[in-house]
Design a protein around this ligand. Structure first.
Ligand SMILES: NC(=O)c1ccc[n+]([C@@H]2O[C@H](COP(=O)([O-])OP(=O)(O)OC[C@H]3O[C@@H](n4cnc5c(N)ncnc54)[C@H](OP(=O)(O)O)[C@@H]3O)[C@@H](O)[C@H]2O)c1
Length: 242
């Protein structure tokens, strides 16, 4: 295989936002490693993405599984390294008042939404450091807004935000950057799950974030280190004419 100039790993890339991010990266010529649990959906996404991307490696499995994470990093190493790590896969958990929350089930959200991204970052660090790489952790306005019913999910995103800002400071020496991206409300399966039976057709599709991703992947990672972006922000830098 000819040497790939840029390589990205995107978790939760079989549908929704992760599929859109992977599509942007593919169109920009990145070699891709993608992950989700459902193998058929992931392989279908890989087939579509390989129309543009120079290489696509699907690694199916739960992101909380250490063997899956190791396979993802091995795949990146085999492709030649890693420039961008997008921690997008996430679970919503139960929506409901905190006084009724099943605490052990609440606990299950942390390994998915916080633990897995952290371990992937640890494993990917030598590869990212070799290429002045960028870590992108996907967050939510639920991290700060205290929406009734959204406490457990919001708590995981709040934890991810603090850890990402800390990492951004800690990894400066190694030339690795980290940013947070709140994509805003989008018409996806997760969003429909949050509003069962409701018509969510007024929410935009995740493709609404494409201008942001194209802008982000043009930036020098060091110039955006530690920032938190709202991808659907109006009057944003990425919507201004060049
Ligand atoms: N949609 C919104 O309005 C909204 C708003 C703010 C933030 N976000 C954030 O945006 C990100 C993407 O959400 P989305 O709305 O695009 O969700 P989605 O459509 O449900 O897609 C989630 C993706 O992650 C994968 N996934 C879920 N759990 C996984 C696990 N344990 N291991 C591996 N893969 C897993 C899913 O595939 P499998 O099910 O096959 O594993 C799928 O590819 C999340 O971080 C979410 O918190 C979404």
């Amino acid at each position: 295989m000819t040497e790939l100039t840029r390589i990205a790993l995107v978790t939760g890339a079989s549908r929704g936002l992760g599929r859109v991010i992977a599509g942007v990266l593919a169109a920009r010529g990145y070699g891709l490693i993608i992950n989700a649990r459902n193998r058929d959906a992931l392989v279908a996404a890989a087939g579509e993405l390989s129309r543009h991307a120079p290489a696509v490696v699907p690694v199916a499995g739960d992101i909380t599984d250490a063997a899956v994470r190791a396979s993802l990093i091995d795949a990146a190493r085999l492709l030649g390294g890693l420039d961008v790590l997008v921690n997008n896969a996430s679970e919503l958990g139960e929506i409901g008042p905190l006084v009724n929350v099943d605490v052990p089930r609440f606990g299950r959200l942390f390994p998915v939404n916080v633990g897995a991204p952290m371990v992937l970052i640890q494993l990917a660090l030598p590869l990212l450091a070799g290429r002045r790489g960028l870590i992108v952790n996907i967050t939510s306005d639920a991290a700060a807004a205290a929406y009734p019913g959204w406490g457990p999910y919001g708590a995981t995103k709040a934890a991810l935000e603090l850890l990402t800002r800390t990492l951004a400071a800690e990894l400066r020496e190694q030339g690795v950057s980290a940013v947070l991206v709140d994509p805003g409300d989008m018409r996806t399966r997760m969003h429909q799950d949050a509003y069962p039976g409701e018509d969510i057709s007024d929410r935009p599709l995740p493709e609404v974030t494409v201008p942001f991703w194209n802008w982000l992947f043009e930036q020098d990672p060091e110039a955006v280190r530690g920032e938190r972006f709202a991808a659907q922000q109006e009057d944003a830098r990425w919507l201004q004419p060049a």
